[in-house]
Ligand binder design. Structure first.
Ligand SMILES: NC(=O)c1ccc[n+]([C@@H]2O[C@H](COP(=O)([O-])OP(=O)(O)OC[C@H]3O[C@@H](n4cnc5c(N)ncnc54)[C@H](O)[C@@H]3O)[C@@H](O)[C@H]2O)c1
Length: 342
């Protein structure tokens, strides 16, 4: 664990960020969250004496310019969420996904107190584009120039800048590549309208769980043949902390379960766990998504930063379903904010 530290979490009101805040929260840790609430709600960040919240964009010169050399660790989790919103508005993606990383690293490059900066990258940027048999993505795999979305481009540009600032300025940055994170705290419709229904239906797991609890049909694209590596949010947060503690600066680690699960299996599991008997709604394949089957290789993180995902997929789903059920009124309130656009 990290102790006696001052931690900056950029994007700390979001799904992963707010879980990380809660995991780190202790009397010996001072936390500063910066978030412009683009895809998050203020209520995600707990009220506590040792948490300071700044509402604003890290690509705003006033916000980034005000940072001073007082942090031991920085977690950079800000993003323009996610692939579909970025396709709808590539310039907003650039502003909140690429520029955020560049301005933050450029500001941090002179800070002396920093022990580690952890940059959250995405497995989708590096996965092979295949609907055939997938091999687990390894950290050493060659990155293709063929990207499916501005989001994927921005995430990998963040990695390029992380590498550059490490080599040129010795910024102690470690990159971690997440697979598909699920768990409590992912609020459908969180934040501002981003021009597409993906503002509300932001990821497959919370969408399926919400619809299943409402006894609605789950929308299955391309017969659900795509596969993903689902990793529970507590595991991701432990992985982020392990990367901060033990990650080699300049290096990259997958945070993955290493298990490949099809979207059809995800839908069937959620229907079974919620008792939803509504028939599945079959939809065509998404035209932009060529990254059909993918999962990550967890071995390097296991060997080098002592990180292994521990939460079983079914147990994690049960906890996430229970959390969604208990927070249904709150989730529906955030969905309702966007109803006039849907
Ligand atoms: N959730 C996943 O499955 C997944 C998979 C791969 C990578 N990631 C990465 O993990 C990180 C966290 O993702 P998440 O799922 O929690 O997403 P999220 O949308 O819940 O969190 C991102 C946060 O960044 C904030 N933000 C956006 N623009 C900002 C800006 N200009 N300045 C400050 N804050 C800004 C948002 O308001 C939000 O709170 C992201 O970098 C994402 O790319 C997530």
């Amino acid at each position: 664990m990290i102790k006696d530290a001052h931690v900056l979490i950029v994007g700390g009101a979001g799904f992963v960020g707010s879980n990380l805040v809660k995991m780190l929260l202790s009397p010996k840790i001072k936390i500063h969250v910066i978030d412009n609430l683009l895809s998050a709600e203020r209520f995600n960040v707990p009220e506590a004496e040792n948490i300071i919240f700044t509402e604003g964009s890290i690509s705003d010169d006033d916000i980034v310019g005000n940072l001073v050399d007082e942090y031991d660790y920085v977690f950079h989790l800000a993003t323009y969420h996610g692939n579909q919103s970025s396709i709808h508005d590539p310039l907003a993606d650039h502003e909140n996904n690429t520029l955020t990383s560049l301005k933050l690293f450029n500001k941090l490059k002179t800070f002396k107190r920093l022990k580690k900066v952890v940059y959250s990258s995405a497995g989708c940027s590096v996965a092979e584009k295949t609907f055939g048999d997938a091999k687990p993505s390894k950290e050493v795999d060659i990155v293709s120039l063929d990207m499916d979305s501005p989001y994927s481009i921005s995430k990998i540009i963040g990695e390029f800048y992380a590498k550059y600032y490490f080599k040129q300025h010795q910024l102690p940055v470690v990159r971690v590549r997440f697979q598909n994170v699920f768990g409590p705290g992912e609020v459908l419709g969180a934040g501002k309208w981003r021009g597409t229904p993906a503002t509300v239906w932001r990821n497959v797991t919370p969408t399926f769980i919400y619809k299943a609890l409402k006894k609605m049909s789950l929308p299955l694209e391309n017969n659900g043949v795509a596969t993903r590596d689902f990793i529970y949010v507590d595991d991701i947060c432990r992985g982020l902390i392990q990367a901060a503690r033990l990650g080699k600066t300049g290096d990259v680690y997958n945070l993955a379960s290493g298990k490949e699960i099809s979207i059809r299996e995800l839908a069937e599991t959620i229907n079974q766990l919620t008792g939803n008997t509504s028939p599945i709604e079959h939809l065509p394949k998404r035209s932009w998504d060529h990254s059909g089957k993918r999962f990550g290789c967890p071995l390097k993180a296991e060997q080098e930063i002592c990180f292994k995902a521990a939460t079983d997929f079914y147990e994690g789903m049960k906890t996430t379903i229970a959390w969604t059920q208990n927070n249904l009124a709150l989730i529906e309130k955030t969905i309702d904010k966007h109803k006039k656009y849907l």
